[in-house]
Design a protein around this ligand. Structure first.
Ligand code: NDP
Length: 425
């Protein structure tokens, strides 16, 4: 049954708490973050590569624009839109929406990665200069930023035709700047094509590993073969992306899909921020080659392996528990009841800290930076930024869980006092 729209409208505009610094954040972030992307790319290829370099290395207009960039970018989006629509993989249902319905989603992101891989191998076989992505990085980032703005404007405008039950609870404050930024509509779709779900894991995430491969090929052009550091960065990040796509169904229960509207914050994050800042280490290595001993490489591989193990096991344990709490792999874990009927795990990975999946993710992030050595801070940008992001995300999730589970959440916090790092935080 659909809720009374007037009551809902009132609730939507008055109950929700503003996030990311409210209106000020909504004005500053869309200016500051795109500039940060361009700034970091410029830094990664400057000889000093210092975050504190003054004046900062500014690109010329020639470096910012290449007519090939929009063609490649739009072609890339089109390729993934076609793969999305292909009848590959299974179709899953999302969580129940406020109007009682459930949306259907194609689970074929991993197919998208494999098809992209075959496509790239063909291009390489035909002698395509993939290393040219290094020169194209800035123009591609400029185009991705422009697409993010245009797409977010489209999403904001079309949200006014969406029924009130289809709006995100936090994205309908009536403040246009904030709503544009945070996202009004929860699941904007063109027919069956879900725009948010499509952007969440496909063009940006797969684009990130393609850019990495381009940096590796640039290294081959410059030095004859890829360095061990470059191979490690490429392999670790490919594993991360492949894992996300292999477990694509899990994204249907994440905050991004269930709770957040689709606005500038997610669009820009998915299409510009992830592909152009998460792979900074590879871009850095092209200009700042590093030698890595076998021992150091083994330690870094072990760190990435441990991080991945914690990340995968904890995410899988919770997903399994949420899908089927009677499954033998989770049935013996200790849980506490909540007033909503859902239970919370208090043993296993979720009894170690309240976000073991974030802990694993951060260990991996550190392993991605270490192959770049200790001479520069820039390759550590990701792990530093990611720590801040996950601490902030943990606080947001904590607020939502406290609102959902009340006293039961407080009991969980007493039983499991540390948030991410055991005995530290
Ligand atoms: P989580 O997978 O951490 O899910 C949080 C939800 O889990 C809570 O809202 C609650 O939802 C449920 N939950 C919390 N505690 C318990 C418990 N004890 N027992 C059972 N359920 C519990 O959310 P995220 O979307 O933040 O993270 C998913 C993964 O994505 C993580 O591994 C994270 O590191 C990664 N990530 C990566 C990013 C990147 O840029 N690389 C960005 C963000 C996340 P409910 O009770 O309603 O089920």
């Amino acid at each position: 049954m659909r809720p009374n729209s007037q009551a809902l409208k009132h609730k939507l505009s008055h109950d929700s708490e503003r996030e990311f610094g409210g209106t000020l954040g909504a004005v500053c972030i869309p200016v500051f973050l795109p500039l940060t992307v361009l700034f970091l790319i410029c830094l990664s290829r400057s000889p000093e590569a210092s975050l504190f370099q003054w004046p900062p290395p500014l690109p010329s207009t020639d470096q910012l624009w290449d007519p090939l960039a929009p063609v490649l970018l739009l072609g890339w989006f089109a390729l993934h839109a076609v793969i999305y629509l292909m009848p590959l993989g299974k179709v899953s249902e999302g969580l129940v929406l406020r109007d009682g319905t459930r949306l259907k989603y194609p689970i074929n992101g991993f197919h998208g990665l494999c098809i992209s891989g075959v496509f790239l191998m063909l291009l390489l076989g035909l002698g395509a200069p993939l290393g040219y992505l290094f020169e194209l990085l800035l123009p591609l980032a400029v185009c991705a930023i422009a697409v993010s703005f245009l797409f977010s404007i489209y999403l904001y405008i079309r949200s006014f035709w969406a029924p009130s039950y289809a709006l995100a609870l936090g994205g309908n404050t009536g403040n246009p700047l904030y709503d544009f930024f945070i996202g009004r509509e929860l699941n904007p779709r063109i027919g069956d094509f879900d725009l948010k779900y499509f952007c969440e894991l496909r063009p940006g995430l797969i684009g990130w590993v393609v850019i990495n491969l381009g940096m590796l090929m640039k290294e081959v052009e410059l030095r004859g073969s890829p360095s061990l550091a470059m191979i490690l960065v490429n392999s670790f990040q490919l594993l991360y992306v492949a894992d996300a796509l292999w477990n694509e169904e899990a994204v249907l229960t994440t905050m991004d899909i269930v709770h957040d509207g689709f606005g500038f914050m997610l669009v820009f994050g998915d299409l510009a921020w992830v592909p152009f800042t998460y792979g900074l280490q590879a871009a850095f290595l092209v200009v700042h080659p590093q030698t890595l001993s076998s021992l150091k490489a083994a330690v870094i591989i072990a760190l990435n392996g441990i991080g991945y193990y914690i990340f995968r096991q904890s995410n899988s344990q919770k997903n399994q528990f949420r899908r089927d709490p009677t499954h033998p792999s989770v049935a013996r874990l200790e849980t506490i009841a909540t007033a909503t009927g859902k239970r919370l795990l208090v043993s296993g990975w979720w009894g170690l800290v309240r976000h073991p999946n974030y802990l694993g993710d951060l260990l991996m992030a550190l392993a991605w930076s270490l192959p770049c050595g200790f001479s520069h801070l820039l390759p550590y940008f990701y792990v530093i930024y990611f720590t801040v992001l996950l601490i902030h995300r943990e606080a947001r999730d904590e607020r939502q869980c406290r609102a959902k589970y009340g006293l039961a959440w407080d009991t969980y916090c007493r039983r499991v006092p540390y948030r991410i790092f055991p005995y530290i935080y």
